[in-house]
Design a protein around this ligand. Structure first.
Ligand SMILES: NC(=O)c1ccc[n+]([C@@H]2O[C@H](COP(=O)([O-])OP(=O)(O)OC[C@H]3O[C@@H](n4cnc5c(N)ncnc54)[C@H](O)[C@@H]3O)[C@@H](O)[C@H]2O)c1
Length: 273
């Protein structure tokens, strides 16, 4: 059901790799709500070609950009404004990657070059996007910038290794750039801390199925699906949330406020008996 929440709004959506991607669902919903936008992803991801389907469905052009490259990001923001005919109302940062996780390195044996790459791709890229937007004065007043985070920024999830630090930096960047863009342009900046979700990035984390099930059992509402995360993004891009900024917003079915659930008690009791 569409409510035209984003009618007349224009923006950039990064990170749609395939149909499972959270950004993919955000793009479909943003289109349904009347937004026009440009899609972007790393040139390497483009080769899979999946994003072309989404581009057709949403009538959204694709501008490839490695989110760690200032040069690419400059071209992305210039190109998006040219195509969309003016400044932007919303930007979605939906980007994460850790070679340490991909290669199964445990926390004590992290490769530091990869660690720096994790921070660059998954966190500094968020700063870079906003720095480019600021330099180009690319955002409209009352615009909205959103990035996706995970609760490993606050709590320990051993297999999430260096991504935990990346998410902590990402959330800090949202607060600090949120202050700056709020003062300059009344633009809001937030992170959404999403439940474990079965996507390429998500399922790449060791023990994913176990912590997916654990989070599901711990959350009174169950894990928040990707579609619901997309709905939350749309609400943050809309004019209904104009004074929400510099926040890390939990979108986790209640996981982060639950100490222990009846489901977990039951499971452990059964295991012990
Ligand atoms: N899946 C989960 O369990 C979960 C939970 C909480 C938060 N998140 C976050 O949601 C965001 C989206 O991930 P997803 O779960 O939809 O997985 P996904 O694998 O579909 O998306 C990750 C995207 O990052 C892109 N990317 C990687 N390196 C890049 C670079 N250098 N430049 C530009 N793009 C690059 C990939 O191409 C891909 O499209 C990530 O920030 C992720 O950490 C995911």
């Amino acid at each position: 059901m569409s409510n035209n929440l984003l009618a007349g709004k224009v923006g950039i959506i990064s990170g749609a790799l395939d149909e499972k991607s959270i950004a993919w669902k955000v793009a479909l919903k943003a289109h349904a709500e009347g937004a026009r936008f440009v899609l972007t992803n790393a040139p390497l991801a483009m080769r899979m070609g999946e994003i072309n389907k989404l581009s057709e469905q949403c009538e959204a052009p694709i501008i490839p950009a490695d989110a760690t490259s200032m040069e690419d990001l400059e071209k992305l923001f210039t190109g998006a404004q040219e195509h969309l005919g003016g400044k932007l109302d919303f930007v979605l940062h939906s980007i994460g990657m850790s070679t340490n996780i991909r290669k199964g390195k445990h926390y004590g044996e992290l490769n530091y070059e990869w660690f720096l790459k994790t921070l660059d791709v998954s966190a500094l890229s968020f700063h870079k996007m906003m720095a480019v937007a600021e330099k180009q004065d690319a955002l409209n007043e009352w615009g909205s910038v959103v990035a996706l985070s995970y609760i490993a920024a606050q709590r320990v999830f051993p297999d999430y290794t260096d991504m935990s630090q990346a998410k902590a930096v990402l959330e800090s960047i949202a607060r600090n750039y949120g202050y700056r863009l709020g003062k300059q342009k009344r633009v809001r900046v937030n992170t959404i801390s999403q439940s474990p979700t079965k996507t390429t990035a998500g399922t790449g984390v060791g023990g994913f199925d176990a912590f997916y099930d654990y989070a599901d059992k711990m959350s009174p509402l169950g894990n928040a699906p990707a579609e619901a995360c997309a709905d939350y993004c749309i609400s943050l891009f809309s004019d209904l949330t104009r004074y929400v900024t510099m926040q890390n917003l939990m979108h986790d079915g209640g996981f982060s406020s639950t100490g222990i659930s009846e489901d977990i008690v039951e499971t452990i009791t059964k295991l012990n008996s």
